[in-house]
Design a protein around this ligand. Structure first.
Ligand SMILES: NC(=O)c1ccc[n+]([C@@H]2O[C@H](COP(=O)([O-])OP(=O)(O)OC[C@H]3O[C@@H](n4cnc5c(N)ncnc54)[C@H](OP(=O)(O)O)[C@@H]3O)[C@@H](O)[C@H]2O)c1
Length: 295
């Protein structure tokens, strides 16, 4: 059984991935500020800003595969605290990449659609990135550090991840909409922010598929359709049977965001479909899968 280390196991994606992978892999999941327990997995603390401790732990564990999910992904926070965020998203990625190379582990680095500026439709993996906010810049620099340090690596760019929250402290847009509508709260959703919302278990399948198929390089691991937040909200209401009238519309002009965001940032995930044999799920398929889980 291969050993998988998930760095950022206490996060939204990492928490799901650990549960998803534990039947096929020996899983070690790391946390930083939120100590966690995950059935079938070992957990341990790690701060990727500290090169020596990170390298030491990775050298002791000697995983076959490392999935680096840890990051500061709050887009406005990144804009406000650039130095602090650089240490996690860029220096941290570099530290993990060097340590991965040393133990000859394959490294899969989680990146984002926000490496692109949104000026084009349906970005493919080889297109030139041009981030318009600091978060996107740091994630792109993280990609470069991984490519520089490692021989056996892959970069998985995901977009608006959704699923049930694996822990109380995690957040995602779909769960937030679900909980708001369940409590009969009114919510106002953007009509001008388009992304390929990505069902997390679909992403987990693709991440492990990259390893199983021995693939390398960049993959767009994203949902099938590029949808706006209002469309996602309407689908949540429809599939879970909530009152659609609780949802009103707004545009990003009404927001008090600090960082710029592209209005339409859509990823083409044909490579994931073709090379990994994993079909990108539509928002309806992802929400249906969530519904089946609680039935
Ligand atoms: N969520 C999305 O919609 C989305 C979209 C595009 C790309 N991504 C990318 O996908 C990845 C996973 O995102 P996510 O939503 O799962 O993030 P998340 O829920 O915010 O989790 C972040 C994880 O990073 C850990 N972490 C933070 N600082 C760390 C440090 N210095 N050293 C070690 N661990 C640290 C956190 O640990 P503690 O909580 O224990 O402190 C947590 O486990 C990220 O790389 C993100 O950039 C996410």
């Amino acid at each position: 059984m291969d050993k998988l280390m998930i760095i950022g196991g206490s996060g939204l994606l990492g928490g799901h991935l650990a549960r998803f992978a534990q039947e096929e892999y020996e899983v070690v999941a790391t946390y930083m500020g939120h100590p966690i327990e995950i059935p079938g997995c070992r957990t341990t603390s790690m701060d990727i800003r500290d090169f020596y401790k990170t390298e030491n732990k990775i050298s002791k564990e000697k995983p076959d595969l490392i999935i680096l999910s840890a990051a500061q992904r709050n887009v406005d926070y990144c804009e406000k605290k650039p130095e602090e965020v650089w240490k996690i998203n860029v220096q941290g990625a570099k530290n993990v990449a060097i340590a991965s190379k040393k133990v000859q582990a394959k490294l899969i680095y989680l990146s984002t659609d926000l490496v692109f500026d949104g000026e084009k439709e349906g970005y493919q993996e080889e297109e030139d990135p041009n981030p318009i906010n600091y978060y996107g810049k740091t994630k792109l620099e993280g990609e470069k550090e991984v490519a520089k340090a490692c021989e056996d690596y892959a970069i998985a760019r995901v977009s608006v991840l959704y699923d049930w929250n694996p822990f109380e402290h995690t957040f995602n847009f779909v769960s937030w909409v679900y909980n708001s509508l369940k409590e009969k709260k009114e919510i106002s959703l953007f009509t001008d922010q388009f992304r390929n919302a990505t069902y997390i278990k679909n992403a987990c399948d693709a991440l492990l598929g990259i390893h199983k198929k021995g693939e390398q390089g960049i993959f767009h691991v994203a949902g099938k359709n590029c949808v706006n937040r209002h469309e996602i909200g309407e689908k949540v209401a429809e599939i879970f049977g909530f009152d659609e009238k609780l949802i009103t519309t707004c545009t990003s002009e009404d927001s008090n965001w600090v960082a710029k965001r592209p209005k339409r940032c859509c990823l083409n995930s044909e490579k994931m479909n073709d090379r990994l044999g994993i079909k990108s799920m539509s928002i309806e398929e992802g929400l249906d899968a969530m519904k089946r889980e609680i039935q």
